[in-house]
Design a binder for this molecule. Structure first.
Ligand code: 6PG
Length: 476
């Protein structure tokens, strides 16, 4: 037994993670259901380092030093359970199974509890950065028992992305915490992508600009506060020309956004926890709307727009308004996502350090962005920060863009351009800062029809009014 870490499941992500370990000098045991993939990995990339290929799971496990560390990189759900079932009888006390797929965190909690009874560690870990990240340095979000991080952590930190020499990997928290944080990362990814798409649509419809021109605007934006991987690839995609038709590539793609489900899970969980993550929710629903084929066919050319001809007089001012609206909406999406992490951390006793999460998202992952430094700093200033938007840096930078944001959202509405994420983010901003919300009326209605009671602003207690009787108030 000489391998320091093993990887089973050698589709592109598993393969690239295995290569990344090998490139960092680890001896890597590799295994795949079909041996041909294992052989081709070693044949094609043997130069990366030291691989120990095995055809059977038993040989694979036997090739690992103790405590064994086995990374499984297979499809979430049933396939993950099947691999775990095959591995468990071959492992011994203290060995560590690392699930690096996009598992749903309740599954991770269940698996961790089951394996703990058998004396095994189960580390559900988020890995972000796609194929490229897996190979050259992803952002890694490991959960599970803290003891497991003592031996595993240094290896994961080693292969992770680095920003200013700091690894984009840290221990997240017990059981499902790692996969939870990865899930919210993906939710934020959905929001970020939708906001960018709305900005693109506004520039397209407002200015009548070509994809090429809008690509250049995004490239310009990528030099400032918005600098991020997603803005960068947007600039690239928009300037790409379809080889077959010579048209802008984005114009020949069918406009139906798909998803594998992590965004949906994020929204479902937010409903359970009662955390308003409106940006992520609207982004997820916008994908659903784009795929609502019968509804869209019934509506196109039928539902009147009653919108005027959009004329923009100051092109540069409009572009700047959209940029600021994008920035502010993006901060809302992060603020909401971090609220969700805080709520789950409280609910499940995870003790997640939000500043550390922002720190490990600075590099490697899909949402990597310059402004994550600012989020880390905000949580360093106040680790109990109740609202990211209320951190002085964000209060100021978002505040500077509020009038732009209002202009963009109102122009979009007047001109019939759908901006669900921009609009809902502004509504959240106005909602959360409101001194008084119309929720008071809702409480009164609930008491009226269902005797659901209410609190008063002027005295303690729970009250009910006899709505159908003499309208007297009683202490409920
Ligand atoms: C990452 C990505 C990765 C993947 C998503 C895409 O962090 O590397 O988020 O996890 O690209 O699963 O999700 P959808 O298919 O749901 O858009």
């Amino acid at each position: 037994a000489r391998a320091q870490i093993g990887v089973t499941g050698l589709a592109v992500m598993g393969r690239n993670l295995a290569r990344n370990f090998a490139r960092h000098g680890y001896t890597v045991a590799v295994h795949n259901r079909s041996f041909a993939k294992t052989q081709s990995l070693v044949a094609d990339h043997g130069d990366d380092g030291d691989f120990v290929p095995s055809e059977s799971m038993a040989d694979f496990v036997a090739s690992l030093e103790r405590p064994r560390k086995v990374v499984i990189m297979v499809k979430a759900g049933g396939p993950t359970d099947a691999v775990i079932a095959e591995l468990v009888p071959l492992l011994e006390q203290g060995d560590i199974i690392i699930d690096a797929g996009n598992a749903h965190f309740p599954d991770t909690r269940r698996r961790e509890a089951e394996l703990k009874e058998k004396g095994l560690h189960f580390v559900g870990t988020g890995v972000s950065g796609g194929e490229e990240g897996a190979l050259n340095g992803p952002s890694i979000m490991p959960g599970g028992a803290p003891e497991s991080y003592e031996t595993l952590g240094p290896i994961l930190e080693d292969i992770s992305a680095k920003v200013d020499g700091v690894p984009c990997c840290t221990y997240v928290g017990p059981d499902g915490a790692g996969h939870f944080v990865k899930m919210v990362h993906n939710g934020i990814e959905y929001a970020d992508m939708q906001l960018i798409a709305e900005a693109y649509d506004l520039l397209k419809q407002g200015l009548g600009a070509s994809a090429q021109e809008i690509g250049q605007i995004f490239a310009e934006w990528n030099k400032g506060d918005l600098e991020s991987f997603l803005i960068e690839i947007t600039a690239d995609v928009l300037q790409h020309v379809d080889a077959e038709t010579g048209k802008a590539f984005v114009d020949i793609i069918l406009d139906r956004a798909e998803q594998k489900g992590t965004g949906r899970w994020t929204v479902q969980n937010a409903l359970d926890l009662g955390v308003p993550i409106t940006g992520i929710a609207e982004a997820t629903f916008a994908r659903a709307l784009s795929g609502s084929v019968p509804q869209r066919s019934a509506a196109v050319g039928v539902l009147p727009a009653d919108a005027g001809q959009w004329e923009i007089t100051d092109r540069d001012a409009f572009i700047e308004d959209v940029r600021r609206a994008l920035y502010s909406s993006k901060v809302v999406a992060y603020s909401q996502g971090f609220d969700q992490i805080a709520a789950a951390s409280e609910e499940f006793g995870w003790g997640i350090d939000r500043g550390a999460m922002a720190r490990i998202w600075r590099g490697g992952c899909i949402i990597r962005a310059r402004f994550l430094n600012r989020i880390t700093e905000a949580y360093e200033r106040d680790e109990n920060l109740a609202l990211l938007l209320a951190d002085p840096y964000f209060t100021q930078t978002v505040g500077e863009g509020v009038s732009s944001w209002r202009r963009v959202v109102s122009q979009a509405a007047l001109n019939g351009v759908p901006t669900p994420a921009f609009s809902s983010s502004l509504a959240y901003y106005d909602g959360v800062r409101a001194e008084r919300l119309p929720a008071a009326l809702i409480q009164a209605q609930r008491d009226f029809f269902g005797a659901h009671t209410y609190h008063r602003v002027d005295k303690e207690g729970v009250f009910h009014t006899e709505w159908s009787g003499d309208r007297s108030e009683s202490n409920a």
